[in-house]
Design a protein around this ligand. Structure first.
Ligand code: GTP
Ligand code: SPV
Ligand code: MN
Length: 617
């Protein structure tokens, strides 16, 4: 991509006009928007109002431009499919930076560059990067606009796909801008450009992006600068960049937690309610667990959130949790009528943007695992003819559906309560073929934090790079901690001490263990409700279990297996704690702790030694 020369006069005056007629008097916002326009040289500037009319206009324009395909109205009303550049399909962790002033502030697990140096590099890339395009200004709030201190942001982007996706994922537009202006509120500056300027008269491509990509957080400025990618967490900046990386840094300063967690409400047959959260790495089952369809009698599950949780203590010291998002950006493959009917109903209600799924010949979408029956012919995510004989999957493994949360019919009515819901249990989980049993309970908070700190999982297609490699992913936050990872673990330890006796109990699950034949040992999905019942039984002092070196594990008789088709052998494979396997786990944990060096909290070293003792090494 070449640097472009001077902007066209019409562009200049259109932008000036939009600035003069801005729907806000927020001084910092106006100054920032004109500064960015000056730098990026867009042809036009639009203040996004979040209206239905605006959505229609933008989706029409994107259909016209070939960015979106309109789906059949009778199947997926007001819904669209987008297809990204094949080089822009997932988060780019190797190009994601935490640019704190001191390198230590970013910690050993994040990429770091001096903030001034990074800003100079990025200014060079942003110079003229919106030429030939419209610059959109999206006021948004993460969490409730009615919160005591609403968490505002403004995303500037040159991607209409981002505008429409942000409209689903967050509360955006005129009402947000009005309140932000009236209270002269602080907002997080979130700048995004696809990095594909157009020369005068140059034809656009369906999915503009740039080979050079940077996803940069400046935690001290509470600012985000993203360049070169149009996909998901790289570009919808309210999500990972704000609600996790920037928010975790704010939370560290203010004594709360911003986590990569689902939140689920369970009501037992007696009407008792428990809220639980689950931290599983990307593409490891949060959305599915959040939308679980219980297979056990009398239990009801409702969803509060499927990806991000903000957890704060109320005056009584109870940990309460809020889902800051307004939509789902869910993994499509594996989501089907048998595995996750609640998600299928939500997307079938329409108003959805699918990205990198396959198209059916009758204007619908399909992906691996959606239906048991595989269509005889599809157009795959790269626009090629596809049949069941084709070698490649029809949908990209990280293809996604972007759907308003309100379309989830099992949504808990209190899902958007600004005060959140009280949390009873935290469940860590990873994707491991071996070693980690179906479920166990940690001994106490500190041990639970150790279990979260040493969480391991096989990498997935949610990030670019190798898939299936076991890595440590503390609290499922490895790519999302906005500051030093050792300090992050210390923050968890500290909160447990400060709120001793009031913290949620900590559990650990693995839906992905293999049996001796190589298949999944546990059927998963709705059957995970049996595990939830055991967890809640532990909270209520009703469920038994066996002490093992890693924690308390249910014996087969401790689980409600009524009506479940599972062999004794498979169940044993799922629940087994093999001391030898766990001994082999130690070097990996040791190596990971070495990475953290002097920022590793002493409590984690102590827990490591206790595990060694219990494993008799
Ligand atoms: P992100 O949105 O990337 O953070 O992912 P997520 O944690 O929400 O993952 P999601 O629920 O979308 O699941 C990812 C993949 O795991 C999908 O292909 C699911 O079908 C699969 N999956 C989810 N739950 C289970 C389970 O209980 N058993 C098995 N075998 N697979 C599961
Ligand atoms: C994840 O990777 O954890 C996601 C998808 O939830 S993205 O928003 O692209 O980061
Ligand atoms: Mn996620």
């Amino acid at each position: 991509v070449q640097e472009t020369s001077a902007t066209s006069p019409s562009g200049d005056s259109a932008v000036r006009n939009a600035l003069e007629n801005a729907p806000t008097t927020h001084a910092r916002l106006l100054a920032w928007v004109s500064e960015v326009a000056e730098l990026t040289q867009p042809d036009d500037l639009v203040w996004v109002d979040g209206s239905e009319a605006e959505w229609s206009r933008l989706t029409d324009e994107m259909v016209e431009a070939g960015t979106l395909v309109r789906l059949a109205e009778d199947k997926f009303p007001n819904s669209f499919a987008a297809f990204s550049d094949p080089e822009d399909v997932a988060r780019v962790e190797e190009q994601t930076f935490i640019c704190s002033t001191e390198e230590r502030g970013s910690g050993p697990t994040n990429n770091w560059m001096d903030p001034e140096e990074m800003k100079a590099t990025l200014r060079g890339l942003y110079r003229g990067s919106m030429h030939g395009r419209t610059m959109y200004v999206i006021p948004f709030v993460m969490g409730s606009l009615e919160a005591t201190e609403p968490k505002y942001g403004v995303e500037i982007t040159d991607s209409p796909y981002v505008v429409c996706s942000m409209r689903i994922m967050a509360t955006i537009g005129a009402a947000v801008l009005e309140k932000m202006t009236a209270t002269d509120a602080f907002f997080v500056e979130a700048l995004h450009s696809v990095g594909f300027p157009l020369d005068n008269g140059q034809r656009d491509v369906p999915w503009p992006c740039n080979e050079t990509k940077y996803i940069v957080q400046f935690p001290e400025d509470r600012a985000i600068w993203s360049y070169g990618s149009g996909y998901g967490g790289n570009a919808l900046l309210g999500k990972k960049c704000y609600a996790l990386r920037i928010a975790s840094a704010i939370a560290h300063d203010e004594g709360w937690l911003a986590e990569h967690m689902l939140v689920l409400k369970m009501t037992d047959p007696g009407g008792r309610v428990h809220y639980v959260s689950g931290a599983f790495p990307s593409a490891c089952g949060k959305t599915n667990f959040a939308m679980i369809q219980p297979t056990i009698d009398g239990w009801k599950a409702e969803m509060v959130g499927d990806d991000i949780a903000w957890m704060r203590f109320d005056e009584s010291g109870t940990l309460r949790v809020v889902n800051p998002e307004a939509g789902l950006f869910g993994v499509a493959p594996g989501t089907g009528w048998s595995t996750n009917p609640n998600a299928m109903r939500a997307v079938a209600a329409g108003n959805t943007i699918f990205t990198n799924v396959a198209l059916t010949d009758d204007g619908g979408v399909w992906w691996e695992g959606m239906t048991d029956e595989v269509p005889a012919h599809l157009t795959d995510w790269r626009g090629r003819d596809w049949t069941p004989a084709s070698k490649n999957p029809a949908a990209h493994p990280n293809s996604r559906f972007c759907t308003p949360i309100k379309q989830v019919d099992i949504l808990a009515p209190e899902y958007d309560d600004p005060d959140g819901v009280p949390l009873s249990a935290i469940i860590f989980g990873g994707r491991r073929k071996t070693t980690v049993p179906l479920v166990h309970e940690s001994f106490d908070w500190e041990h639970g934090v150790f279990e979260g700190a040493t969480l391991s999982s096989e990498t997935t297609a949610a990030a670019s790079g190798a898939v299936g490699v076991v890595r440590r992913d503390p609290m499922a936050m490895l790519p999302f901690i906005g500051y030093n990872a050792g300090d992050y673990l210390a923050h968890w330890v500290k909160l447990g001490k400060a709120h001793h006796g009031k913290m949620p109990r900590i559990f650990y699950v693995n839906w992905f263990r293999r049996d001796r034949d190589g298949g999944f040992a546990w059927p998963g999905f709705g059957e995970n409700s049996r595990v939830l019942k055991w967890i809640i039984g532990r909270l209520d002092g009703e469920a038994g279990g066996e002490q093992t070196p890693i924690g308390v594990v249910p014996r087969p008789e401790d689980l409600d297996l009524t009506g479940l088709d599972i062999s004794e052998q498979q169940l044993a494979d799922a629940l087994k704690v093999d001391v030898e396997e766990w001994r082999r786990e130690l070097p990996g944990i040791h190596q990971w702790f070495n990475v953290l060096q002097d920022s590793l909290p002493p409590e984690m070293v102590r827990q490591y030694h206790r595990l060694e003792v219990r494993l008799e090494v």
